[in-house]
Unconditional design. Structure first.
Length: 456
């Protein structure tokens, strides 16, 4: 189906997102000695991407409104291409850091524009599945980065490790040039004929009129013009959900595992680096395969049940990690067991993240906002995601040194907070059109404003 092709092309941005965040770990082994990097410079090279992504997300919100969803995705692709070439050819650490910021910008742009673009073209009945392809691509990108790092390590070929992202980057640019623009953005800019044409590519002819009318209606009902209006009562609850989910996706600890798995496994007693790396690759495979569970279920059982089930599993796995690593010696548990038990619970945690917070957060950010505000509100939510990512991955080594295994309980507590947040604030969006979701917020807000209906 054409809509699946559209989603797959936009999701190539996710592949680059995953690849470029994952590939640096292996490349650093060779970059550090070649450029004689001290700890501060190492930190800059690694975190430059996250820093760039934060700004890319904010720019992505504005540019998705100004130049459209399609061109923002193309701009992301161009930025991936330029960043890959410059980092592969970097003559010194300054150029390397600058090109990693450029790649970060691309990741920020794609993490706003790709899910939103897919959501705005998808039919409601399988929007969840189609947007989740973006997360599937992220996990494949992470796995590919492990494979590429392993394959090129014997030759110390870090320039190739970083430069290979050029290929999917170019595919993203070429693919997106051939794709249609989002009909919702076209209608927002008044280009009704083009919008109808774009819709005709992904809907049956009898569905188009009603959808165009619903989009027009939504555009008329929601008129935020300035950034500050995103905080007006009409939008505030949706923004709270977007930002809340984005932050909770990170503070429940996912990237302590994704970025630091080999160290975690080595600390837990898997002494040889090869075993720790093999376990990490295993985690990468589990991450990809478990995302398929979400693709299968997200339009069947809905977003909230997946989020809640995943959060229960993540929280229990985190608590179990804390117990296994912290109290093993107290209860005279055989220390030999701590390594495999750690791998087991980390694996279970990844399974639960991969069918819940991983895909569903990107999905909900792309679908909970009204047409007029979607790009900017998704930009803010995504920037919050990258800020939280930056803080969690930066603080992990320090917190681990301070708190030891009790740190896992802290992330578990965040899991409990996330559960409460989802139960209390997050709406179910399964099967609803984007305009129905927007109308629901309006009605809910109106009820709040008016207060209780007087008894008849
Ligand atoms: C998160 C990333 C994370 C990845 C792991 C994404 O949804 O946003 O921070 O590294 O999932 O699969």
């Amino acid at each position: 189906m054409y809509i699946t092709l559209i989603a797959a092309v936009a999701a190539v941005g996710g592949l680059l997102f995953g690849f470029d965040t994952g590939v640096i770990a292996g490349a650093m082994l060779f970059i550090v000695p070649e450029f004689h990097l001290g700890p501060a410079e190492q930190g800059l090279v690694v975190s430059a991407v996250t820093f760039g992504a934060l700004f890319g997300a904010l720019i992505g919100g504005t540019s998705s409104d100004a130049i459209g969803r399609r061109w923002t995705n193309i701009a992301a692709g161009l930025s991936f291409v330029a960043g890959s070439i410059f980092s592969a050819l970097a003559p010194d650490v300054e150029v390397l850091i600058a090109s990693r910021v450029l790649i970060g910008l691309a990741i920020g742009l794609t993490s706003v524009a790709a899910p939103m673009y897919i959501a705005e073209l998808s039919p409601p009945r399988n929007r969840g599945k189609l947007v989740s392809l973006f997360q599937l691509a992220i996990t494949i990108g992470i796995l590919l980065s492990y494979v590429v790092d392993r394959a090129l390590a014997p030759d110390h070929a870090w320039r190739w490790m970083l430069g290979l992202a050029f290929v999917p980057g170019a595919l993203l640019v070429i693919g997106m040039i051939a794709m249609p623009e989002s009909p919702r953005w076209l209608l927002k800019t008044g280009a009704e004929k083009a919008a109808r044409h774009a819709l005709s590519l992904v809907r049956s002819p009898d569905e188009i009129d009603a959808e165009v009318r619903a989009i027009h209606d939504d555009l008329e009902q929601n008129q935020p013009a300035a950034w500050s209006e995103l905080l007006m009562p009409g939008l505030r609850p949706a923004l709270l959900v977007g930002v809340g989910l984005a932050v909770l996706q990170q503070v429940t600890g996912i990237n302590t595992i994704i970025y630091y798995a080999p160290q975690i496994f080595q600390k837990a007693g898997l002494n040889s680096a090869t075993t720790a790396l093999a376990a990490t690759a295993g985690i990468g495979v589990v991450n990809v395969l478990s995302t398929l569970i979400a693709i299968w279920l997200v339009d069947r059982v809905g977003r909230k049940p997946l989020l809640l089930a995943g959060l229960v599993g993540m929280t229990l796995s985190l608590a179990a990690l804390g117990v296994a690593q912290g109290f093993g010696s107290t209860f005279d548990v055989d220390q030999q067991l701590v390594g495999p038990v750690t791998v087991g619970f980390v694996g279970l945690y990844i399974v639960c993240f991969a069918f819940s917070l991983g895909p569903v957060v990107w999905l909900m950010i792309s679908e909970i906002f009204p047409n007029r505000a979607r790009a900017r509100a998704a930009g803010i939510s995504t920037a919050a995601n990258w800020t939280a990512n930056f803080l969690v991955s930066l603080s992990f080594p320090v917190l681990q040194a301070m708190l030891g295994p009790s740190l896992w309980f802290l992330y578990a507590a965040m899991g409990v907070a996330a559960f409460i947040f989802v139960v209390g604030w997050v709406p179910e969006t399964k099967g609803k059109s984007l305009e129905d979701i927007s109308r629901q917020w309006r009605t809910a807000t109106a009820t709040n404003l008016v207060g209780q209906q007087p008894a008849k």
